[in-house]
Design a protein around this ligand. Structure first.
Ligand code: NDP
Length: 454
């Protein structure tokens, strides 16, 4: 059988098996398909490694375990509420489970399994000893008082604390879980377990957090995009950039792009996007940070305040830009968005969010020579800096801003080099999906082979 035919047949057979085992989990299937399309051919090409016989991919796609639990809490009116909490412990071959907690009404098992699976590869790419996990709840912090969020976090942690620990599983933040939630979660963990330990990352500086952790995902994505852009001899200075989202990742993406001389013309939230052709400078960014992190308002207020246009219910991908940084949520950029980006001059797309581009959109970027960075590589700066926070907690030290930023820059450069090593097609053209998946997979697969059938 010709090689290409064998790749297709073996990938299809794996995906048939996998899809049957995970019915009704479209996001998980989407994430695994992206990996299988690269890793199955890689295993076919390297039979001596023995990965197929050892069923490495079958084992990697089956979580070590999943916890699902009731989270009862009382709202400010005295009404009882019930949400569903989860922790997916996916793979701990190279280190303790590590991955964020997401509080959002769209959270379900499929979303968390996709995120936990992606996390295995991302964490491997950081070169730090971190396994893959993810968790959260279908709780919506929007419109809740601080007291309600605190009661919810305390109830959630009352169950979760049985399953996590500084050397077993170390959660962090994600959508809907920022410094406020991490504080409440940490407080409850400490109260129940009676020990002060680095069991969560993303902590505030006063109780064991790391400098640069809040900035790390956004900064890291911009560092990664700079590496990619410079790899083909262009620069970020003067580039017009489109960013989606206006939360943690988006905010620090805007900050770093400004610092590097680019101009950001869009930000968004789940109600729509704002287009500011003048650029979102540091003063306007300070407004967004106060709006989103303190007043917890809607992005529409930005447009009203700075007199620019707000596009209700729309995404920013129709706006002309050189580079795009999707930084909100999964599947927020589809094939028609990819087409309009290209039509409007976009030359590169760098994922701040996890899996924001659909499978079709990614294929379109590849076919049309649009640079594309998968989130497992480009947004790995967040978890990498969480790893640095864990190291500081163990050592009982606090590194300076410059030290942490220097390590983050080095890690993003290293991830880029790994992608180039495994993903270079011809000349300077790099397939970053291939590069990231093979590099991430290889380290975990080797560790699993060494540790026997567990
Ligand atoms: P935040 O909660 O701080 O911000 C999320 C942003 O995305 C908000 O602007 C939110 O709008 C928007 N958003 C969320 N859900 C939707 C939706 N269904 N449709 C449209 N917009 C939506 O989260 P983060 O910035 O931390 O996370 C953003 C993305 O980055 C996620 O995919 C996350 O997994 C990924 N990521 C985050 C890391 C981190 O360190 N925080 C690390 C690596 C990846 P609204 O306010 O209206 O809900």
């Amino acid at each position: 059988m010709a090689a290409a035919q064998q790749y297709r047949a073996e990938t299809a057979s794996f995906m048939d098996w996998f899809t049957q085992r995970n019915p009704g989990e479209p996001e998980f299937i989407q994430a695994v398909r992206e990996v299988a399309e690269v890793v199955v051919p890689y295993m076919v090409d390297h039979p001596k490694k023995g990965y197929r016989e050892a069923k490495i991919l079958e084992r990697m796609t089956e979580p070590d375990r999943v916890f699902i639990f009731r989270v009862p809490w009382m709202d400010d009116r005295g009404v009882f509420q019930v949400n569903r909490g989860y922790r997916v412990q996916m793979n701990n071959s190279i280190g303790p489970y590590k991955g964020g907690l997401r509080f959002h009404p769209t959270v379900n098992l499929s979303v968390l399994k996709f995120l936990a699976f992606e996390q295995i590869f991302k964490n491997s790419l950081t070169t730090l000893p971190l396994g893959g996990g993810k968790g959260g709840a279908d709780f919506d912090p929007k419109g809740k008082s601080d007291a309600e969020v605190m009661r919810f976090c305390q109830s959630f942690m009352t169950e979760l604390c049985k399953h996590i620990g500084a050397v077993t599983d170390v959660p962090a933040g994600d959508i809907g879980v920022g410094a406020r939630e991490i504080g409440y979660l940490f407080g409850q963990y400490k109260r129940i377990r009676g020990n002060f330990t680095g069991v969560l990352t993303g902590k505030s500086l006063t109780y064991g957090g790391s400098l640069i952790r809040p900035e790390a995902t956004g900064y890291g994505n911009v560092y990664f995009s700079r590496e990619m852009i410079e790899h083909v001899d262009r620069g970020l200075d003067g580039a017009v950039c489109s960013v989606s989202g206006s939360g943690n990742v988006a905010q620090y993406t805007v900050e770093k792009l400004n610092e590097l001389g680019a101009k950001v013309v869009t930000v968004s939230d789940s109600s729509g996007f704002v287009h500011d052709p003048e650029g979102i400078d540091s003063e306007k960014l300070a407004f967004i940070m106060a709006l989103k992190n303190e007043r917890r308002g809607r992005i529409k207020e930005y447009a009203e305040h700075f007199k620019c246009q707000f596009f209700e219910g729309q995404k920013p991908w129709g706006v002309a830009c050189d580079y795009a940084y999707p930084s909100a949520t999964q599947n927020e950029l589809d094939l028609s968005d990819a087409r309009s980006l290209l039509d409007n001059g976009c030359k590169g797309v760098f994922e701040g969010a996890n899996m924001p581009c659909t499978h079709d959109a990614v294929a379109f970027f590849h076919e049309n020579n649009v640079m594309y960075a998968p989130g497992k590589a480009s947004n790995a700066g967040g978890v990498a800096t969480s790893g640095l926070e864990m190291s500081q907690n163990k050592l009982g030290l606090s590194w300076t801003r410059e030290e942490v930023d220097g390590k983050l820059t080095g890690i993003m450069r290293n991830i880029h080099q790994q992608c180039v090593k495994h993903g270079t097609l011809d000349g300077k053209r790099v397939d970053y999906v291939k590069g990231a998946n093979i590099a991430g997979f290889e380290k975990v697969a080797q560790a699993m082979m060494s540790q026997g059938l567990v």
